[in-house]
Design a protein around this ligand. Structure first.
Ligand code: KE4
Length: 437
């Protein structure tokens, strides 16, 4: 007998699994790493989600980052509706796309020109092709645990300990597709130096999430981004900051603004689209002009720069002023302090690494000593995270259904929302316990 609290989600999930692989259109939504039935959502408003059984949740997924103003923000809704009333798509240039490109260029260091696409995967994939075409080189370097979307060259398994040739991380990705991808451990200088010693003139691009948030949040160690900038410049390789998740969230100019390190190329998504399918990549004009039709490097998209998505993205970006970022950080301060206190009060060993308002929760016997790379993130207690997640969900607090994902606050989260989450965390921390799961 289905739990009356989740009966409709249970029934919909059964139906979904008959016609959609795994019942979802993106794997992480299936709750595989935390167990249980994914909640089918009926509506979002502000900081809250309501599922098809009428249960209400304080939302810390925020659609995996885009909804920095909360769900259905009136000005974002109005902008999208006005755009829809003028037509959904033209396959032709529009003024709004110019304004969005100018807005990104104005905010992000080194972004002189911008190309819009429809997903972060497309942004990362296109940036790699651009770097390879512009340098005439083939090798790319990525870091274990960093996620840049699901294009073949980037779906490589994490090396462990040393820089390793990327082996396909999924059936269907051929060894040839990843033959030029090298994987290095994050925060490891020697591994990157070894790559460039091996291939001093063959690396087209080093790609990173400048603040990784797809293995949990694992900030760069002091000087690491500066090190990547120096070694890539010295060898004529490009540096890509994948800011699909951090861009316009951790600061107006992303991690590039926070760190003072300017990459050659940057990828954006999520916040920039206001909750609609829009992403982008950007860089200096001398590099970006090599893209078709101005240059020979091909890249295209039927719905790239879609007018509805651009309208929503512009409306959202225009509301993200200095006060907005202070408000996001203050909300993260309050929530992180409360969660830290809850875990400490119940003897639960946990670390909550953060960069501005971006943070995640790691449970491990290392306690507050946060992981510094993917191997250490994988060694954390993900079963305990699953118990924490389910305890919070049962109490109406919707955390990311994976210990490898970041938590997101929005400007719609009130002190009451945050304090309710903290109170629930005290109850769940008592349940989650301190012993082995
Ligand atoms: P999309 O293709 O999903 O729009 O973006 C891929 C991507 C690229 N780069 C970074 C740093 C990203 O975080 C992502 C996507 N993030 C995941 C969650 N961390 C999206 C959730 C999902 O796959 O359903």
């Amino acid at each position: 007998m289905a739990d009356p609290a989740t009966g409709t989600s249970d029934r919909l999930f059964d139906r979904a699994r008959a016609v959609i692989p795994g019942g979802v259109n993106s794997p992480v939504r299936a709750f595989r790493s935390v167990g249980g039935t994914p909640r089918f959502i009926a509506a979002g408003s502000g900081a809250h989600l309501t599922d098809v059984d009428g249960r209400r949740y304080v939302d810390y997924v925020c659609s995996w980052g885009p909804l920095i103003l909360g769900h259905a923000h009136p000005q974002v809704v109005a902008a999208a509706k006005a755009a829809v009333d003028r037509g959904s798509s033209y396959g032709a240039p529009t003024q709004a796309e110019v304004e969005l490109a100018e807005g990104i260029a104005d905010r992000y260091p080194g972004a002189e020109m911008v190309r819009c696409v429809s997903s972060g995967t497309e942004a990362g994939m296109s940036a790699i092709r651009l770097a390879r075409g512009a340098t005439g080189r083939t090798k790319i370097v990525k870091f274990a645990g960093h996620y840049h979307g699901h294009s073949d060259a980037l779906l490589v398994e994490a090396g462990s300990g040393v820089a390793t040739f990327g082996l396909p991380d999924s059936p269907g990705v051929t060894a040839r597709a990843t033959a030029d991808t090298v994987v290095a451990p994050w925060n490891d200088r020697a591994a990157v130096e070894t790559v460039f010693a091996e291939w001093p003139d063959d690396v087209a691009l080093v790609a990173c999430e400048p603040v990784p948030a797809n293995m949990g949040v694992i900030p760069p160690e002091p000087g690491y981004l500066e090190f990547l900038r120096e070694i890539t410049s010295r060898h004529g390789a490009m540096l890509l900051f994948d800011e699909v998740l951090t861009g316009f969230r951790v600061a107006r100019g992303g991690v590039a603004e926070l760190s003072g390190v300017t990459p050659d190329l940057a990828a954006f998504g999520k916040v920039v689209g206001g909750g609609y399918p829009l992403a982008a990549f950007a860089g200096p004009a001398a590099i970006m002009r090599q893209l078709a039709p101005e240059g020979p490097i091909y890249q295209a998209g039927t719905l790239s720069g879609n007018p509805v998505a651009v309208a929503a993205g512009l409306a959202q970006l225009r509301l993200l002023d200095d006060e907005a970022y202070k408000g996001l950080d203050a909300r993260a301060d309050r929530l992180i302090a409360g969660l830290t206190e809850a875990f400490a009060a119940h003897g639960v060993p946990a670390a909550i690494p953060r960069v501005r308002s971006l943070f995640s929760v790691f449970f491990s016997e290392r306690g507050q000593d946060a992981p510094r790379d993917f191997d250490e993130a994988r060694a954390c207690d993900h079963q305990r995270y699953a118990r924490f997640f389910n305890g919070m969900l049962a109490r109406g607090h919707y955390l990311p259904p994976s210990g490898y994902e970041a938590m997101f606050v929005s400007l719609a989260h009130t002190d009451d929302d945050l304090d309710a989450t903290i109170a629930a965390a005290h109850e769940v921390a008592a349940e989650v316990g301190t012993g082995p799961v």
